[in-house]
Design a protein around this ligand. Structure first.
Ligand code: ZN
Length: 168
């Protein structure tokens, strides 16, 4: 079942990768859980470095104010991803293993317009997919939805209310 923040199709794999770096609710101290992510995904050892670097760059794309085209193009070059027509439809080919698959998923999502809906919460930096009709969601979750759920939007509202009522 969708928790309201999951991305469609294989874009969820990219979101999972992004959230292998996170700021847990309880400690609020950033943690890099790449190793356990890699283990869960049975990522081959030789792919660890490249996938971790891809994650860090994708995080800055998702979190950054700019579209960071240059960073994505650099990855297209580095992993040698090429367009290819398959059964009359545009696809991509590469020989870059899981890192290549993840990048192809990002490129496909850019083509379909889904990429811009993958966002990072400005408060806790959790990556989520914006399912709202007009793509206006800003905070990770308005109501905490599950073990990873935080309600940064609600927290921000409470904070704003306190600031208003207590004169800052
Ligand atoms: Zn948040």
């Amino acid at each position: 079942m969708l928790t309201g923040q999951e991305a469609p199709g294989s874009l969820e794999d990219v979101r999972t990768l992004l959230n292998s770096w996170l700021i847990p609710n309880d400690t609020r101290v950033a943690e890099d859980r790449f190793e356990s992510y890699a283990e869960r995904c049975e990522l081959p050892e030789r792919q660890h470095d490249v996938v971790r670097r891809l994650r860090d760059d994708l995080r800055s794309v998702v979190e950054g104010p700019d579209t960071a085209d240059a960073g994505l193009n650099a990855w297209v070059d580095r992993l040698d991803v090429r367009p290819s027509v398959e059964e009359g439809r545009l696809g991509f080919r590469h020989q870059a293993g899981p890192a290549g698959e993840l990048l192809v998923t990002v490129l496909t999502a850019i083509a379909s317009g889904q990429w811009s809906r993958l966002k990072a919460c400005p408060d806790c930096r959790w990556a989520f997919y914006d399912h709202t009709r007009n793509g206006s969601k800003r905070w990770c979750l308005m109501t905490a939805g599950g073990p990873d759920g935080r309600s940064c939007g609600s927290i921000a509202k409470v904070r704003a209310y306190r600031d208003r009522t207590q004169g800052g």
